[in-house]
Structures are given as structure tokens and as C-alpha cells.
Design a protein around this ligand. Structure first.
Ligand code: AMP
Length: 313
């Protein structure tokens, strides 16, 4: 059962210091919701100390920057955005929080927090934060609107994915009324450097597509090193196999320095989060992540993906 926006605002009013967190390996919605909320709270509660903390992801530095918090969190309210389960929260500071709030749009598999607001029909947590601010008549500064808009276009693939609802478009149109350059932001988010272009070329050249439309490709550490790519830089190529008409669902196996594989799965219509859950992961119906701890497990995941696609034929 969700808490209400009013209850969340009441808690925010109760605390002088608030720390906002999000998941590891942040994407535009993680940063957009986390820092969009920070900008809104800064604008509405100038007397409070509000921090957004976590790893400063260099590929998203055009969006915003993280704050440093070095004090004692035991008197703080901690709000976690866009993070389904506790192990994926970036930072441990939430463990000491006086009060913890979860705001998310993933299926609520880990019901953590003293207050919870989860809406898995929302395209993004940025959409939820926009709803929160507009329905409570909070001031949204232009910088906050830009971040929330970035989060929405990030998680909807610029309104292309099926998670784009009438509500999503309504909130995007409300955010478009603010003063920020949407064209520049869109370009910053959709353009990529030559390294990423070469990675996409590698994926097109090397991915395997089964007869029924499952696809996979493996990116080894050797390959990433030879292309001078970090794990986080693979995110801009995760959608690449989906550009092929025949591909219905796909997995990108990214070898990690310790030898295990981070598995990034996507699908056009067939749910794949069950596969992710069976392999130390989770996520959305059509966008999930998992881990394969051996080559055999990688093959099992590939087999399960092929079966899921065949079952829907
Ligand atoms: P990614 O491929 O890392 O961009 O992840 C796609 C989606 O799956 C995101 O919504 C993540 O929150 C989720 N996800 C990725 N890895 C994991 C994991 N190890 N456990 C749970 N959810 C995950």
C-alpha cells in the first residue's frame, strides 16, 4: 500500500537535513529523479540542507553533479529514487537514516522504507516526481524541470517505449513550459562518440539472432579494453539489437573484471524480468538486468531467452 504524496511532504517538512539517493550505475532517470527532486526541495525549502549523493557518472556529467555529505546520517531523512532493491542503492548511508522513503517505478519486490511510493505503471521516477511537485503545488525551478524531462525521455526512449502513457505525455508537456533548451538536451542525450559508434558496429556485426527472434552478443573485457570502453559506456548501445526488425528480445553479456557477466536484457513485448530474477537480477517487464557467474549460466540465460521468445510465437 502506497503512502500519499502529502505524507511524504509531511516527512520532508519534519527534517532539517535530507539526503537523496538512487541506484548504482545511474541512468538519466536515476539522476533526473534524484537531482530533479533535490532542485525542487532546494527551491521550496531554502532553510534545509539537501544533498544528492553517489558516484559522479562521467558520461552523464552534462546533466548534473553530485553533492558531498560527510556528516552523521542518523538525524537525516533519506529518500531513495528509482531503486527496486536495497543492494542496488548507491551508497550505504541509508542504513543509518532516521527515516527512509522509497520512491520507485519498478515492481515492488523489496518493500523497504518507512514510507513507500511505488507506481510501476509510471514511465519513470522523474514522471512520479513531476506528479508529486505539480499536485502539491511546489515550485519547480527550470533546472529541476530539465532534469525531470531528461529522466522521462531517458526511460521512454524519447516516448518510443510502451511505458509512455497519456500521463507521461501530459507531464512532459508541463515540463516543456519551463525555460530550458529541449533541443540541446535531446542532442546531448542521443548523440554518441565514435567509441560508442564502433561498439554499435561491433554489436550489429557479431550478434547472434535465433530463427524466432532472440538475439545476444557478448562483450568481453578484452574487447572493451581494445575499444577503450568502460562498462557504463555500454549503456548507450543496449538498445542497438532492437533496431533490427526481426529481433524481439535480446541480451548483452558484458564481462566484468572479476570474470562474471553483467547481463543487460531488453524486449519489445515479451516479458523478460522472470529470467532476470532467476539469475540474481530483476527490473522491468521489458528492461531487466541480471548476472551470470559462469559461461554455463550465460548459456542458460540465452536458452531461457530463446524459450521465452518461442513460447510467444
Ligand atoms: P540495465 O541493463 O543495467 O540498464 O538495467 C535495466 C533494468 O534492470 C533497470 O531498470 C535496472 O533497475 C534493472 N536491473 C539491472 N540490474 C539489476 C540487478 N542486478 N538486480 C535488479 N534489477 C536490475
Amino acid at each position: 500500500m502506497n503512502n500519499t504524496f502529502e505524507e511524504i511532504l509531511e516527512k520532508i517538512r519534519d527534517y532539517d537535513q535530507i539526503i537523496i539517493l538512487r541506484h548504482q550505475s545511474p541512468d538519466p532517470d536515476a539522476l533526473g529523479s534524484q537531482c530533479g527532486l533535490r532542485e525542487i526541495l532546494w527551491a521550496n525549502f531554502p532553510e534545509k540542507k539537501i544533498y544528492a549523493t553517489g558516484f559522479d557518472e562521467p558520461t552523464l556529467a552534462y546533466l548534473t553533479a553530485m553533492d558531498r555529505f560527510e556528516g552523521d546520517a542518523s538525524e537525516c531523512l533519506v529518500i531513495v529514487c528509482d531503486t527496486a532493491n536495497r543492494p542496488r542503492i548507491d551508497g550505504k548511508i541509508w542504513q543509518k537514516a532516521d527515516c527512509l522513503i522509497k520512491i520507485d517505478h519498478h515492481p515492488n519486490d523489496d518493500n523497504y522504507g518507512d514510507l513507500i511510493y511505488v507506481d510501476d505503471s509510471a514511465s519513470s521516477v522523474s514522471e512520479i516526481i513531476c506528479d508529486f511537485a505539480l499536485s502539491l503545488h511546489l515550485t519547480i525551478p527550470d533546472s529541476g524541470a530539465r532534469l525531470l524531462y531528461a529522466g522521462i525521455i531517458g526511460d521512454t526512449g524519447r516516448f518510443l517505449y510502451p511505458n509512455t502513457s497519456a500521463k507521461t505525455l501530459y507531464f512532459a508537456s508541463e515540463l516543456a513550459k519551463f525555460d530550458f533548451d529541449r533541443a540541446v538536451l535531446g542532442r546531448e542525450m542521443s548523440s554518441f562518440d565514435m567509441k560508442t559508434a564502433r561498439l554499435q558496429a561491433y554489436i550489429y556485426e557479431n550478434m547472434v539472432i535465433s530463427a524466432n527472434g532472440a538475439a545476444c552478443v557478448t562483450l568481453t573485457q578484452d574487447l572493451l579494453k581494445s575499444m577503450d570502453l568502460r562498462d557504463s559506456e555500454t549503456s548507450s548501445a543496449v538498445g542497438t539489437p532492437g533496431n533490427i526488425q526481426e529481433v524481439k528480445a535480446w541480451a548483452i553479456f558484458v564481462e566484468q573484471p572479476d570474470g562474471h557477466y553483467r547481463v543487460r536484457m531488453r524486449s519489445k513485448t515479451i516479458p523478460i524480468n522472470g529470467i532476470a530474477k532467476r539469475h540474481d537480477g530483476g527490473g522491468h517487464l521489458l528492461a531487466s538486468g541480471a548476472n551470470a557467474y559462469s559461461y554455463e549460466e550465460l548459456e542458460e540465460i540465452w536458452k531461457e531467452l530463446e524459450e521465452a521468445v518461442s513460447a510467444k510465437k
